[in-house]
Design a protein. Sequence first.
Length: 553
Amino acid sequence: MKKISDDVTQGINKSAARAMLRAVGLKDDDFNKFQVGVVSAGNEVTPCNLTGPELSEYAKKGVNGPDSAALIFSTIAVSDGISMGHEGMRASLVSREVIADSVELVMHAERFDGMVTIAGCDKSLPGMLMAAGRINRPAIFLYGGSSLPGEYQGKDISIVDVFEGIGAYEKGIITKEDLYNIECAACPGIGSCAGMFTANTMASVGEAIGMSLPGTAAIPAVDSKLREAAVKSGEQLNYLLKNDIKPSDIMTEEAFNNAIVTVLALGGSTNAVLHLLAIAYETGVSLTIDKFDQLSRNVPHLADMKPFGKYHMVNLNEIGGVPIVSKILLENDLIDPNCLTVTGKTVGENLENIQIPKNQNVISFPDNPISSEGGIAVLKGSLSPKGSVVKTAGIEINNFSGPANVFNSEQEALDALFNNQISKGEVVVIRNEGPKGGPGMREMLQITAAIKGAGLGKDVLLITDGRFSGGTTGLCIGHVSPEGFDKGPISICENGDIITLDIEERTLNLEINQDEIEKRLENIKLPSPRYKSGVLHKYSKLVSGSDTGAVTN
């Protein structure tokens, strides 16, 4: 059997390559085996990826045997929680592209036949799946595990409670000592943020789309079962290699629909829109932002999970994990059972023996859902002609109309909030934070959590061409496209302009006539680029709009 790795293992003229491989531990017998890369985003800069190196060793044990020889390599990851609310957050989304590119480069150069990918924090998960789709060699994905929730005053808390605490402290609602105690309790140990935020949303995507072993998305980082799952993932890659099952065989259009439906039912992060569009682009699957809204109209929101609900990922794991959600969706004809998965079986076959627990409150059923529609909606209109995204999960209103209070950065808006310059009934507009204009499309958990912590979460509508954390709740609309830097209508909003939201009609409008919009656009002066060199400058020149996944092409 001709293998890609024959380029470095076979023939007299590959003696030098084999000499290098002997130095890292390979033996004569290994040169006739599949060569496998085990890649993680493991590092110490974030608790989300602390498990990466350990899980890589377990996965390597699973791979190694008569058929395959594994070698471990790594890629970067940044911490969204640490980079939130300052200039460093501009690097976060950019890191997704760097992760995908770096994995591709190592796989291309070293001629690995397949790979096990392991990731934790928000951008490393989609980065790995993007790389798998782009490279299209047998691959399997393993989540690095979620953290357990912290505890404060008898309640489960997470990192989101710290960000909300900052806003509450600034408004005098809690004391400095209260905030310190919340800070010390929120993150009790290793793993990604505990709620159905972006990391856990994308872990669920990895399983729902068929790239992870069933039941692995919800295992806590501290659980020994995650180590067992790493070994099994390595073993299963051998099956994929021997049967030449590639990501393109698994991540089909129907599989993407299954993933979107799962996100909607879970009330997952709005970042899933951005990431699934990017993964589809890399896999060669046609997917548009409109598909999310089309499915959302017919998929109920079922999961009562943080940031808007009661439960964390560990609670989902306790009732059986993502397979329970998938079984409920399957029994209601909401997902396609015929999609192939990394098990070599279809979704339907994987779920045959799954029993839905009767006594649990984490997941509702479609006959009595939290909401009859999915947790994400796509809005269009005169303010966002190419689309914008809102998490409807936890929102109790359909309409909002008010005067614009316009800011040219997240920090400007934050300063205004702390100086009592944001009032009830206003529409806070934050522009120049898109993929190009930011650059990097910063998450805005700092401002959204501060608004909620200040008691304005239900009284202020926030709109931005940037994006939000999976921990964001409330009246927040992101991904406004075209972005301000592309002369989208958000660039010409002025203080006092009336902006109207209608979630049921899926509209977001700037209430001025079209002639005035065109006149303002003709006279608009865009800000100078923030970076004139380096990776952020390079990214701003290559990145597409958020409506197509903010991919670099």
